[in-house]
Design a binder for this molecule. Sequence first.
Ligand code: DHB
Ligand code: FE
Length: 288
Amino acid sequence: MAEVIWGLATSHVPSIGAAMDNHKTEEPYWKPLFDGYAPARSWMAEHRPDVAVIIYNDHANSIDLDLIPTFGVGTAESYPVADEGWGHRPVPPVIGDPELSEHLVRELMDDSFDIATFNQLDVDHGLTVPLSVYCPDPGQAWPCAVVPVVVNVIQYPQPTAARCYALGQALGRAIRSFPQDRKVAVFGTGGMSHQLAGARAGLINAEFDRMFLDAIETDPETLAALTREDYVREAGTEGIELIMWLVMRGALSNNIKRIHETYHVPASNTAAALALFEDLGATSAVTA
Ligand code: DHB
Ligand code: FE
């Protein structure tokens, strides 16, 4: 059977990927951020999944603004790395797991989530930067297959945080019901507070971010109860990406252990964070 072994929440700021691609991680601007990743990276390297289910949003690089699905799952054999206007990132191709994907789409449909199916999908920084956060030196191939789960966070009305959390719970059930053996890691990407344009461009709300970093472990229900307007007001227009962390959290069991977290400002003009949770499995087992 498939099992969820860990969950990773991480920002997907494009310049974090560019810093790695251009060998700038030791420069003073970037070193504190990458030093903050180090303990999580070594733990993850010792706990390799077969598949990463990566919850992310496309930034109008692959999905045209003419048609924006609320939730989608990639079902392809592989996913080309998107050209976002300055060439492809020098990272390996992203290899899919179509059998697991098709199982997830079917199970989510049967669980009342009307999922768009992506038989073709170019993956942008929203997915490739988290892969680089996980594995900075992949060589010729990433160390795991990938199932992309796409969430609309860029066009109003985005799905509610509660719906994202419920999607995650359904996703966790769907993963655990896959009959073949797979060790699965679930990535929730985006955030933390950031706003890229407009009068509040550069907004950082460290108090909200710190609250969110705690509550994603201990009290996800409170985060799920926030409205999209709460997210935009507190975390900025792009800070609403944080609803994707709730999909990841929903997929984990009720027995998790925080392995590492780090919070850093600024990366680009955003707040960046990473939080890593080991999934120890359901606690509903007999206690006496
Ligand atoms: C930037 C873009 C993103 O998609 C994001 O999540 C954070 C930062 C940027 O362009 O700086
Ligand atoms: Fe983004």
